[in-house]
Design a protein around this ligand. Structure first.
Ligand SMILES: Nc1ncnc2c1ncn2[C@@H]1O[C@H](COP(=O)(O)OP(=O)(O)OP(=O)(O)O)[C@@H](O)[C@H]1O
Ligand SMILES: [Mg+2]
Length: 325
């Protein structure tokens, strides 16, 4: 049965930044008149997340993703709206709420620079009052999946970004939270570490039922991890559904790869299509999604075909189209 772990209703948040032109006269002027600019980071956002989901929370730079994550993790007060996470209002019962929540901001660190991550883990053990036995088994479990047995004994300042990010995950999940926010957990991390991080997320989701909300600009993360995708742009939700739905209903053009049985003259029929590349027997055609079937029928009728396949454009392209709307 589905059970909402997060409910967000009409969430609004604006930032006021004061700006001043350069120069002495301007700075004197600014003593009397304050010029401020208001950025509406969230303009009335609604969504719901179910227990046990891995949700991709995506959007272009400045869309409002981190702002929403900060509100949901109780770091920022909203201006308006209702947020309920794990039955809590994140910014009122903050301490009790955070007992059950993990947060990683890929751009920041939770670890202390001068000491090994393992020492930070011991500190967190006390903060969260994790019993010895639980601490050991939980730590061993995560360290094994992430392959960081030796790494956690090295001072944080000497770790590479990919190593540190894996250590950050342990720090954020040591107290076994039900709900985890990851803001760009794979930014700047190499492909191998990315894979390890993705496997870690999937494993904890499957074995422990942990719910993850992930922001990322890496579409590989989305394809590997997320069934549910929420796209935000200019502070508004522009898509909230499954990855499958995104692929099925938001694809404007598709690609048809044709392998001809023998070199032959190929003329595109009346169906709007564009030959993108062509050799003697291989053709790649881009065509509006709704004409795919007609075009295939036409090709089969008019050419000797050895093989024909239809592919979607890469997910990046589909999402870029949504961003541009
Ligand atoms: N503390 C702040 N003060 C002023 N403006 C802010 C503050 N935090 C965010 N903003 C503005 O709010 C908007 C949304 O920012 P946010 O960090 O939520 O974007 P984002 O979707 O996380 O982008 P990115 O992909 O670059 O991380 C941006 O225009 C940003 O400049
Ligand atoms: Mg951000």
């Amino acid at each position: 049965m589905e059970e909402a772990i997060i409910t967000v209703k009409n969430l609004k948040k604006a930032f006021r930044t004061y700006r001043r032109e350069a120069g002495l006269l301007e700075s004197i002027k600014s003593l009397f008149v304050r010029n401020f600019k208001e950025v509406r980071a969230l303009k009335g956002v609604d969504f719901e997340i179910q227990k046990g989901e891995i949700v991709g929370f995506i959007g272009p730079n400045g869309a409002g993703k981190s702002t929403a994550i900060k509100v949901m993790s109780g770091l920022l007060y909203p201006d308006f709206g209702k947020v309920k996470c794990l039955g809590f209002n994140p910014w009122t019962a903050r301490e009790r709420y955070l007992q059950n929540v993990g947060v990683v901001f890929g751009q920041k660190t939770q670890l202390s620079w001068d000491i090994p991550p393992l020492d930070t883990y011991h500190f967190l053990k006390d903060v969260y009052e994790i019993p010895d036995v639980k601490f050991r088994s939980r730590l061993n479990y995560m360290v094994k999946i992430l392959g960081i047995g030796e790494i956690i004994k090295t001072p944080t300042r000497n770790l590479s970004l990919g190593e540190r990010m894996r250590c950050e995950l342990v720090a954020a999940l040591l107290h076994n939270p039900d709900l985890v926010f990851l803001d760009e957990p794979t930014v700047g991390v190499d492909i191998i570490a990315k894979e390890v991080i993705r496997e870690f997320i999937v494993k904890l989701n499957q074995e422990q039922g942990t719910t993850f909300i992930i922001t990322t600009h890496d579409m590989g993360d989305i394809e590997k991890l997320c069934k549910h995708i929420i796209i935000i742009n200019h502070g508004e939700i522009v898509f909230d559904s499954t990855l499958q739905n995104l692929k099925q209903n938001y694809v404007k053009t598709k690609f048809i790869d044709v392998k001809l049985a023998e070199p032959q003259k190929f003329i595109l029929g009346k169906y709007e299509g564009k030959v993108i590349s062509k050799t003697k027997i291989d053709l790649k055609i881009e065509v509006r999604a709704k004409y795919v079937n007609n075009l295939i029928y036409w090709i089969m009728k008019n050419c000797k075909v050895a093989d024909i396949t239809v592919t979607n454009p890469p997910i990046e392209k589909i999402i870029t189209q949504i961003y541009r709307k």
